[in-house]
Design a binder for this molecule. Structure first.
Ligand SMILES: *Cc1c(COP(=O)(O)O)cnc(C)c1O
Length: 223
């Protein structure tokens, strides 16, 4: 088996320079994260607040932490002080909570809106109509300490590559549309977080700017 270092280097060589590699370190140890850090990886993704809270103080402070899992409102305050990007915003109530907690500490928190693109009931996220409603609404206009910098989506877990491709295409098309309609004066709305270990090559072909890779870097997770 290849080492974490080698895997990181392989990804660096093979993905386009403009695509950000987020190393998804959930269920992996501090030593494993450090191994990736030592070869220059700085973007790490975690999906559980408690796990992230436990690890973060033991790791270098220049790591950019990405929160990628379902986020409960009562836990927002624990990650706001140090999180770099929240990928998984799936309701206006969550967005308001992030805004309030960020305001308390005088920070602006960068967020992605998670879109439901998969053909599965279990995946969180807005459906496109809800996004239009959100982005037109007064609640959204009132936010001061969050910056929406793009969209995140997870494709269906399937071997059907054409289905996966169609779902990523749908997300990219939506991103372009929202960019034109609501963010034409905000150039920072440019992130499209899509692609995991089993589908990142398709995601990149379909315009991903940020891939979230766990298994292909660190090996299988031991739950
Ligand atoms: C766990 C996770 C990943 C990484 O999955 P792999 O298949 O291990 O690459 C990516 N995105 C989200 C939202 C995840 O929860």
């Amino acid at each position: 088996m290849t080492s974490i270092r080698e895997n990181i280097e392989i990804f660096r060589r093979t993905i386009p320079q403009e695509v950000t590699l987020v190393a998804v370190s959930k269920y992996h140890t501090i030593d494993e994260i450090n191994a990736a850090y030592e070869v220059g990886e700085r973007d790490f993704g975690e999906s559980r607040v408690q796990e992230l809270q436990e690890k973060q103080p033991h790791l270098p402070s220049d790591i950019r932490w990405h929160f990628i899992g379902h986020l409960q409102r009562n836990k927002v305050k624990f990650i706001v002080p140090f999180v770099s990007l929240i990928h998984s915003v799936d309701s206006i109530r969550l967005l308001r909570t992030i805004d309030r907690e960020a305001n308390k500490i005088g920070k602006t928190v960068r967020c992605l809106l998670q879109v439901h693109i998969a053909d599965e009931e279990t995946k969180y996220g807005f459906v496109p109509e809800e996004l239009h409603e959100l982005l037109r609404g007064d609640d959204f206009q009132a936010l001061e300490n969050v910056e929406i910098v793009g969209l995140m989506g997870m494709a269906t877990y399937t071997d059907d590559q054409e289905q996966v491709r169609a779902e990523f295409t749908q997300l990219r098309t939506l991103h372009t549309l929202l960019q034109k309609e609501y963010f034409s004066h905000q150039p920072s709305f440019c992130t499209l977080s899509m692609g995991m270990s089993q589908d990142y090559t398709i995601a990149i072909e379909e315009g991903s700017t940020m891939i979230r890779i766990g298994t292909a870097l660190f090996g299988e997770r031991a739950y």
